[in-house]
Design a protein around this ligand. Sequence first.
Ligand code: 3HC
Ligand code: NAI
Length: 704
Amino acid sequence: MSFENTASVVQTRLDGEVLVVSINNPPVNALGQAVRAGLLAAVEQAAADAAVQAVLIVGEGKAFIAGADIREFGKPAMPPSLPEVCNAIEASNKLVVAAVHGAALGGGLEIALSAHYRLALPKALLGLPEVNLGLLPGAGGTQRAPRVMGVKAATELMLSGKHLSAKAAAAAGLVDKLVDGDDVVAAGLAYTRELLAAGTAVRRTRDIEITDKVGALADLEALAIDTAKKARGLFSPLKIIECAKAAVNLPFEQGLAHERALFVQCLESPQRQGLIHAFFAEREVTKIPEAKAAAPRAFAKLAIIGGGTMGAGITVSALDAGFTVTMIERDAESIARGQANVEKVYNGLIAKGRMTEESKAAVMARYTPSTSYDDIADVDLVIEAVFEDLEVKKAVFKELDRVCKPGAVLATNTSYLDIDAIANATSRPQDVIGLHFFSPANIMKLLEIVVPAKVSADVVATAFELAKKMKKVPVRAGVCDGFIGNRILAVYKQAADYIMEDGASPYEIDEAVRGFGYPMGPFQVTDLAGGDIGWATRKRRAATRNPAARYVEVADRICENGWFGQKTGRGFYLYPQGARVGQPDPEVLAIVDAERAKKGVTPRKFTPEEILRRYMAAMVNEGAKVVEEGIALRPLDVDVTFISGYGFPRYRGGPMKWADMQGLDKVLADIKEFEQEDPLFWKPAALLEKLVAEGKNFDSLNQG
Ligand code: 3HC
Ligand code: NAI
């Protein structure tokens, strides 16, 4: 098949004896159909033109080529295929050089591996991250990378999805030459001419022999064992190892065919759908109305109020992002503890060899402890993380209102409290916003940005900018009890309590939830976070609880014994001698039995499938209510919240994507079935009913 090289996304020009092929497909030069066709045409042009002695492939803009066009997956294939393009590049009788100055990822690196020589500039990033999308390198990468950099290193690269720096790639043998500077065309031309002058012949990756086959297969065996342990339900990692084995055992062409077959299997798997949804959703969450309406305010100096669990974690996150931080605490003793909490994180890194005393000192030079609010008069942005008590928080915000300069952004890290009420305690509610970090705040990616009624658009834009600087995944949320995440969590946790009281043990429930792909079940999470936290919330809400609503008292009985989870050695599980993995506790089962007896419940059996049907139905139903009320902008915001903050298995795409993949009619039918037992708890969300009636899915609300 022959393709006209008319597409402007790939341009060719003759520079003396070298055909310069440059890809210009913003934003990241993804290999959409037009780019593939353009590249193939360029190779044909080079072959047909006697004046061309060599071909130089470069990318314009930030990237070399960021890979296949992910938006094309799941749609009908359009020729030429990427493997075809790679094979044509490799087969060229004219020397082909790839000069990489930015991202050469996935299919982008596969193009470079098909070139005969590779050059990299300092900002180049090379990798085969297909695994993150539920895929494997499907354009010869699994066959060529092992030949170029060794079987073990290539397989590790494919399994990790990591991006290598130019230096690391050169050390791994992935690039032939490193050049300083940023003029990729000049560097590429110079290198190409150097090769031509030396009479360098074409060097086809497919012709490289893998010599130590026995050693390579032993390495792959070890990687397979390790991957089976770590992959936790993921499909593509084990397929990557199969492809690497094919690279060792089979002739190149057969290896390619094997790769193709396994790539198609990955492409068709629901995991690919879930992971690609997650990839785009994580980028879509930053597209919020306020960002279009206003630019962020400038900020460099931060203050954090409170140096407890959250205050210290947020401080570390802010210091790591390069800000100066003043931490305010109540008294000398508390501020000393706050500083110790911060230093503990860095000392941990030093112990692990990931930081030096000098770099810690450099970071801590940007940290100032204080017990006086007057010291933060000139800061640009304040994050409050004091006790979860409305009156305490209002008092703090009154102080902030008194001391902070006009235009300073005032944020609260409250988990549940009414941020409108906190904002109204100041004379400047337009500057007050919620920044709900997750524990440990220096590690967890999720940041709920909670938007109260009177906040101005530029403050919301500033919060998103802060998230970007801190490398967090921001999700815009509206004000309600628990915002997006904790509100939905409360409901599916309740569903788990009902399942427990009706007959399943907490251990069976946790096991079923782990089987779905969560790292932990809900009762393990309670034990990890500390049962006392939820207990305090339940006691606070007792007076306002609907007396007609079903209430399970098991957790209260456990807390009354002082069993708060890991920190007290027992909770729902036993943790002998500080063990981190709990053991089932017969006394807890006796408490559950006693509560059932008290309520007259005859316990029945639950299969893991039924446990999950109920658990997920509760999650999706509340998720739909959160979208319906505008607390989440779109279903994808709920998905990102759960993937980034609550351990929801990324490969399932988030609860709303999961529901779409099940079929919303099926999820609604489950909810209606459960509604017969408990109409108050299982009331179907109006949005869910509407979507089912219209034959639509949640994803239809993500567009536009
Ligand atoms: N296809 C289509 N769109 C892509 C894309 C791709 N491969 N990579 C990035 N984009 C889009 C993003 O969705 C975003 O779009 P938006 O502006 O409309 O939101 C835009 O490009 C910019 O992306 P980022 O916001 O992520 O920009 P950054 O500068 O932060 O990061 C990057 C750039 C490191 C290249 C990052 O985008 C990335 O990691 N991309 C994915 C790389 C990847 O996974 N490649 C493998 C693809 S699968 C493959 O190649 C299969 C093959 O083996 C057959
Ligand atoms: P914590 O009890 O560990 O720390 C609170 C700190 O605030 C204490 O060090 C205390 O001395 C200080 N403090 C109290 N009043 C103060 C005042 N007036 N001025 C200055 N400092 C004062 O509590 P934690 O866990 O850090 O929680 C803080 C906030 O973060 C709460 O609103 C909580 O709901 C929220 N949050 C907590 C999460 C968690 O997992 N712990 C997760 C997300 C949010």
